[in-house]
Design a protein around this ligand. Structure first.
Ligand code: HEC
Ligand code: HEC
Length: 344
């Protein structure tokens, strides 16, 4: 009897070890993280200004890291709470808390070194080396240009400290384990030459993929959060109605590819106008779409974003927030015009 039990136990252990080595030993050992260095970023006015531009208008850090004010028509944040943290409305994944990133030493990141902040932004671990869930777009920020990273850190140092204690993120099982396999340290922190982005599409790609994360909301994903193949930028991402614009019902991101079911009708001028006004065809866009941040981007940057979107493959996927929600065989969500889509 004892032997049988031992046999079963050993078998179980092997299964567990097998499972662990499939997902990675990080689930037991903790995330991969490099030791912090004593690097600091010189505070220059040029960096502060560039950092302000990127944080406030392009990377929309405070769209997640601050509590929104549902009474503000353009989706602003609660007064005096900039950067003080917010629990994101995604209870399906557990409690996902975008922490206080103000300079408060006790409840924010005022006591972190520059390199600790840089490591969190690009490599996905916090001061104590714990893994961050990649809703925080560190997998995009990983490829930021050196100067842009330095500028973001220099600007974060200048925002007012707000004392505001929040609980830490608690993910549902097995995400709570899998998250530990996600951070990947950067191999080198040697200065890189500033890249030359010669074309509008290249510059737009950097803005869209490394800073603004349009695809994080506009590309449909499965229940595990994995992007559906061949559907990039075609909409269908689901959001709860936190601003009370949709009768409490979920609504969806729209198709921004150049297919007729997307934004084939946009030219550059209409695109810039939509982002600046938050009006699409006269209809006020839901402020979950961060136009109130992007509207302050320069004309040149917005035109580059448009050039990049124009260069992406067309994807046929009808999505609407004004028609009754029906099941969509393509993205498996239930959204306006869903019934008109055909499974591939
Ligand atoms: C889409 C939402 C989102 C955006 C945009 C975003 N973050 Fe985060 N951030 C988060 C979440 C959520 C966490 C916490 C993840 C966790 O606990 O696993 C986080 C964690 C962090 C942390 C670690 C803080 C701590 O106490 O552990 C820092 C620093 C940070 N973000 C800075 C930034 C900066 C700077 C930007 C903009 C350049 C930014 N974030 C943009 C959602 C976001
Ligand atoms: C936090 C999620 C989120 C992010 C990030 C985001 N969007 Fe959106 N976007 C939405 C949602 C949701 C809608 C639909 C809003 C509505 O219908 O009221 C939308 C609508 C739009 C529309 C209007 C489409 C139409 O049919 O007229 C455009 C254009 C657009 N987004 C472009 C962008 C671009 C470009 C970026 C990146 C620079 C971006 N979005 C980033 C969520 C997001």
């Amino acid at each position: 009897m004892k032997k049988v039990l031992l046999g079963v136990l050993i078998l179980l252990l092997l299964v567990v070890i097998g499972g662990i080595s499939m997902v990675g030993w990080q689930v037991v050992l903790g995330p991969k993280a490099r030791a912090v260095t004593n690097r600091t970023f010189e505070r220059t006015e040029a960096r502060r200004a560039r950092g302000e531009y990127l944080v406030e208008n392009v990377a929309t850090c405070f769209h997640c890291h601050s509590e929104p004010d549902p009474a503000d028509p353009s989706g602003g944040i609660k007064a005096g709470m900039k950067g003080a943290g917010w629990e994101l409305p995604i209870p399906e994944l557990g409690h996902v808390v975008a922490p206080n990133i103000t300079q408060d030493v006790e409840t924010g990141i005022g006591g972190w070194t520059d390199d600790e902040i840089a490591r969190a932004i690009q490599e996905g671990v916090n001061k104590s080396g714990a893994a961050l869930f990649p809703v925080m777009p560190y997998l995009n920020f990983r490829d930021l240009d050196d100067e842009d990273l330095a500028s973001i850190v220099v600007y974060l140092r200048t925002i007012p400290a707000v004392k505001h204690q929040l609980a830490r993120t608690q993910l549902i099982f097995p995400l709570s384990l899998l998250v530990k396999t996600m951070p990947v340290p950067l191999a080198s922190h040697d200065p890189k030459p500033a890249p030359v982005r010669a074309t509008a599409v290249d510059r737009g790609e950097y803005l869209v993929k490394k800073l603004a994360d349009c695809s994080g909301c506009h590309s449909p994903a499965d229940d595990q959060g994995q992007p559906l193949p061949g559907m990039a930028f075609s909409g269908g991402g689901e959001f709860p109605d936190i601003f009370n614009r949709h009768e409490g019902k979920p609504f969806h991101s729209l198709n921004i590819t150049t297919d007729p079911s997307g934004i084939a009708h946009y030219d550059e001028a209409l695109f810039v106008q939509t982002i600046r006004t938050g009006l699409a065809g006269g209809r006020a866009l839901n402020p979950v779409m961060p136009y109130s941040y992007y509207r302050r981007m320069t004309d040149d940057d917005l035109k580059d974003v448009f050039a990049f979107l124009q260069a992406q493959p067309k994807v046929q996927h009808r999505v609407s927030n004004t028609d009754p929600a029906t099941p969509c065989p393509l993205c498996k969500k239930t959204h306006g015009l869903g019934e008109l889509n055909k499974a591939k």
